[in-house]
Design a protein around this ligand. Sequence first.
Ligand code: C5P
Length: 292
Amino acid sequence: MFSPAKVNLLLAVTGRRPDGFHELISLVSPVSFGDELEISLVDAEGGLDFSCADPSVPAGDENLVVKAARAFLEVTGSRQGLSIRLDKRIPLEAGLGGGSGNAATTLLLLNALFAEPLSPKDLGRLAAELGSDCPLFLERAPVVMRGRGEVIERLPAPLIAQLTRRELAIFKPSIGISTPWAYQQLARDKAYANAASVEAKVNRWKAGARSLESLMENSFEAPIFRKFPAFPLLFADIRSALGLSCLVSGSGSGCLVLLEDPGQVDPLRALVESAFGSAGFFEVCRIYSDAF
Ligand code: C5P
């Protein structure tokens, strides 16, 4: 089963909660680039065998696919043996949701293989326990997420159809950024977005009164730009040479650029390589939805 990456087209962190997590408002979407996950049922009580050719992916119990599979078996009271194979393409520490997407896809795939013992609500609860970015991947379409990531608002079909026509480039330098580090910087600076004005912006976009480009913002850009000045320099070059909108995705170090025509891909790749070097990651993909 295809296990998509995600991009945050808007990510506003609006405050810190008493439990240490942060409140956010995010327009977030799967993209047509991602990993491939295969699960087969093996002998009952055959244990859980996980394999991935990429040595940088942890293969033990800390892997989110393994955690998701164990949580699913526990909740459904099953001792079924499973063999899981992950073909990893999404870079790690990129803000592209690689691990979270794999975990949510594991839950969806197992629920289908076991003839749907869990309701969408059960799956949502299980996904939220695995990680803040897991529930969004259960929809397999663009959504607005709130809370710490567990409150998911579906979008109307015409808006999803419009979004899936958008092509984008996703790229990252060879360095990764740790999510806890990025949140710590925001907490230290108390640099939170104003929830009411972000909600007003989202509502105007939903009503067709604002473009997607004008919605794009990410609270993590301030600390990331401060620590890694190559990001704002590259974004300024992309804006002035190609007139395109750029944004950091999630807590970085992955970025996205919304494309307007295919002729922009080569000059964009050249700008990215001149800033980040050729060891980085660069892909062209689309906003993804299972329904379109
Ligand atoms: O939920 P997840 O394991 O992905 O979160 C990783 C870390 O990111 C948390 O330990 C927390 O420090 C931070 N986080 C947060 N608020 C969120 C999501 C994540 O503070 N909404």
